[in-house]
Design a protein around this ligand. Sequence first.
Ligand SMILES: Nc1ncnc2c1ncn2[C@@H]1O[C@H](COP(=O)(O)OP(=O)(O)OP(=O)(O)O)[C@@H](O)[C@H]1O
Ligand SMILES: [Mg+2]
Length: 720
Amino acid sequence: MKKSPLPVQNVNRSDKNVAGKEALVKLLRWHFGHGDFRGKQLEAIQAVVSGRDCFCLMPTGGGKSICYQIPALAKPGIVLVVSPLIVSLFFSHASFKWFFEKIILCLMKENQVMALKEKGIAAEYLSSTQATHVRNKIHEDLDSGKPSVRLLYVTPELIATKGFMLKLRKLHDRGLLNLIAIDEAHCISSWGHDFRPSYRQLSTLRDSLTDVPVLALTATAAPKVQKDVIDSLSLRNPLVLKSSFNRPNIFYEVRYKDLIDNAYTDLCNMLKSCGKICAIIYCLERTTCDDLSLHLTSTGISSAAYHAGLNSHLRSTVLDDWLSSKKQVIVATGIDKKDVRMVCHFNVPKSMESFYQESGRAGRDQLPSRSVLYYGVDDRKKMEFLLRNLENKKSPSSSSKKPTSDFEQIVRYCEGSGCRRKKILESFGEEFPVQQCKKTCDACKHPNQVARSLEELTTTASRRHNSSRVFITSSSDNKTNEGQYSEFWNRNEDGSNSDEEISDSDDGADVVKSLAGPKLSRKLGVDEKLVLLERAEEKYNESNKQVKKSEKNAISETLRESSKQRLLNELTKVLQLLGVKEIDSQNASEFLENECYRKYSKAGKSFYYSQIASTVRWLGTASRDELMTRLSSMAREEETSGEPILVTEPSQNIEQEDGTTYTAEPQVDEPTQLLVTSPSRSPISLPEIPSFSEFVNRRKMKHSTDGSDGKKPAKIMKLK
Ligand SMILES: Nc1ncnc2c1ncn2[C@@H]1O[C@H](COP(=O)(O)OP(=O)(O)OP(=O)(O)O)[C@@H](O)[C@H]1O
Ligand SMILES: [Mg+2]
């Protein structure tokens, strides 16, 4: 509903009534329809309205925006809101998401300002994505001497420009700057999970605009970040407000990958059992993201994989994916998307802080929601390896050192037996009596079951990994250079991985532009834009139909090259992780790709692609011995002068992870390779790498028919 003209308080800054609770609550009710302030909102507002700096720590969805929106209504002048248009996660190295965060965010930010306007609040945002005439109009208003705008959203990059800084000084000299609000203030700190160099420029604000109160807002609770933010922004005697980080409406749960047959299937079943909910799934790697997306889609769950490494070729399909994913797998980052019912981490996150931020996107409407973390010992090892690598790369003098104990906290969360909620809150220095959890985590609700799972995990993992060190590692295990720590997702660090990122431009509008072109008028609401995007999708599909089916199915050289690269990336990581030096990763990746090509090129692109994906997956879980066996045959193949001789593979018993064996049947129409070895060595037969679905089918087959029907497993269940 559009409000009647804004009853802005035209009073002097010294007027105490402005900061009175009654007047402020009246504004809250009038403009936002909320009955009363929540948590520390009132204290924060009263502090800044009376001219005091404030550091406000509030959990995700806690209501930080009100803390600067109400002051804009309570006092004359402009509230400058510095806020990144693209929030956090796109700055994660090798971090992949399931949705179109960047695009939606871009629209939503605009929507946020529009929502304020709807409420009768004169809000604007200045960004490089705006049309010049819109920008000019805002600048004219600012230069007018009597600006009508009350809330001006800007990016940190804009603040860093000389021209804009000059403008701010002019406004300040005329007494027109009411407050400077720094949203997502943790971005200024290299200790935080989302450091951005552009935020560093904000440290000059205090020097230039000395007497304007500054309000720093963040949901990042680490004490080091807090201190860093306060120091960097030169806050003067700030009122420090901290709210509890407890999110009582989120049910926390950990599922152990090592104890379930197929994590993909488990996730699918879980999503299906929840009905048509809005969910977010986080994966660590692009391959998992692609793979999982394929799998979910094939089981009828509308979803789309999006990862920061989308190249222009893949980008052309973004719209298609996005529109299908909006049916169920949707995003909300730093925006008011309230109804995310489930956040799922398919791989262990790098720290408790990231986990808290990401899982916190569930249930912003305070309704019951779920956080599900799939934990696997392999994933943990991978992450430890990545962290160690980054630590080693950092110079000892680096300012962004960070203890790897951050990761250990999340490992403890998964591998420990106590209340999950308590573990989260204690990691932020908050005491939490277990009774208050009220069975809202799996460990409190089903303590015996969790205890059993943990016991099983110890046994299974120690057997699989042939090591007793499967449980929580001591911090020293993770330190390769004593005292050298680093910020894992450090933005600077990521420069070398630009391939896996979308550029840190002012915002994501370029993506939107590239998809929808000029049709996306800024006057349109999000719903209307979605309709337009849907039409664009139809058009896109129309034009795609014209491409011949056979062409679509062909495996291009580019696809083969990218598959080789994908295998090479995985292989390099795995070889390093396992300390294998004897294998040439370049040759090995070519060998593996060639194998997939030889087997599946005739069946079509998706079969080939699935086989690549399953090989990548196999690489991620293979033990040193398995890897050596498989790849050493490559060396032998090279040793033999001609082509490797292919013979039909005899039945063989293959030992499975659970200690049982299954009989791999001979391949009737497509012989599995048996590479003839050099005379000095006995021949080694190579088992086919099973995909998850094949693996499950084989097991089922073994149980039901004792594996004697001679059918090829891959033919029974379609590859996902
Ligand atoms: N006093 C209040 N009473 C009821 N609802 C409120 C109140 N204050 C804010 N809200 C609602 O809480 C939701 C979250 O608010 P907001 O977006 O400001 O959170 P936030 O702390 O900025 O979250 P994030 O860290 O994700 O950016 C919004 O839907 C908002 O309308
Ligand atoms: Mg916010």
